[in-house]
Design a protein around this ligand. Structure first.
Ligand code: F6R
Ligand code: ZN
Length: 195
């Protein structure tokens, strides 16, 4: 925990912070049920539990007023036709926002609200993306050659709710079609109950 000003650096080409407290790794086995092609998922997993993405973060108090931040690195690859991606989540304190600044690579941020609104924004070096309060978010690497690297900042009290997305995924999927990324409907997704 730090309670004094501090500086660190993010330098190309790797963009690994010059200082960090946690290095989180997510492997294929952590994504069970998240890729639409379950057979492709199992076939891949039977060969190797490969590393899909990594997060480097600085440990700060998880309270309102703090700004948690770090770097997310999604490696290139696909499960079936679906590109490597993060699990994705709502924030537990739903009305907390997040800012992403893309350092390297190409991809999309897939987003949606509990009401079923959705949005997909491109990520490319220099792109700054604002994820408003109440929007679930998942980053997808659409390059099959290089990492997708983003810097993120969000409120200290936000927390992470993974369960809602684990249940039915996002409304939209990013898949490769004819060698190009395409945004398609998720067949597993059902519209929220009318209130
Ligand atoms: C924090 C945030 C990012 C993600 C990271 C990994 O609120 O959105 O730091 O945590 O990109 O994705 P998840 O957490 O969905 O596995
Ligand atoms: Zn988040």
């Amino acid at each position: 925990m730090k309670n004094a000003p501090f500086t660190f650096e993010l330098n190309p080409p790797e963009f690994i912070p010059s200082r960090y407290d946690n290095h989180i790794t997510r492997r294929l086995s952590a994504m069970k049920g998240q890729y639409s092609n379950a057979a492709a998922f199992e076939a891949m997993l039977s060969k190797e539990d490969i590393l899909l993405y990594e997060v480097y973060e600085l440990k700060l108090p998880e309270v309102a007023g703090e700004l948690l931040h770090g770097i997310s690195i999604v490696h290139p690859g696909k499960v079936g036709d679906e590109y490597f991606m993060t699990k994705g989540h709502f924030h537990t304190v739903l009305d907390t926002a997040e800012v992403y600044y893309c350092q390297k690579g190409e991809g999309y941020m897939v987003m949606e609200t509990p009401e079923g609104d959705w949005s997909v924004e491109a990520l490319y070096p220099g792109a700054v993306l604002y994820v408003p309060p109440c929007w679930a978010h998942r980053s997808v690497n659409t390059s099959l050659a290089e990492d997708l690297i983003t810097f993120f900042v969000y409120p200290g009290n936000a927390g992470h709710d993974y369960g809602t997305i684990e249940d039915q995924g996002f409304r939209t999927l990013v898949v490769e079609q004819d060698g190009e990324p395409a945004i398609v409907d998720n067949p597993r997704w059902t519209s929220p109950p009318v209130k």
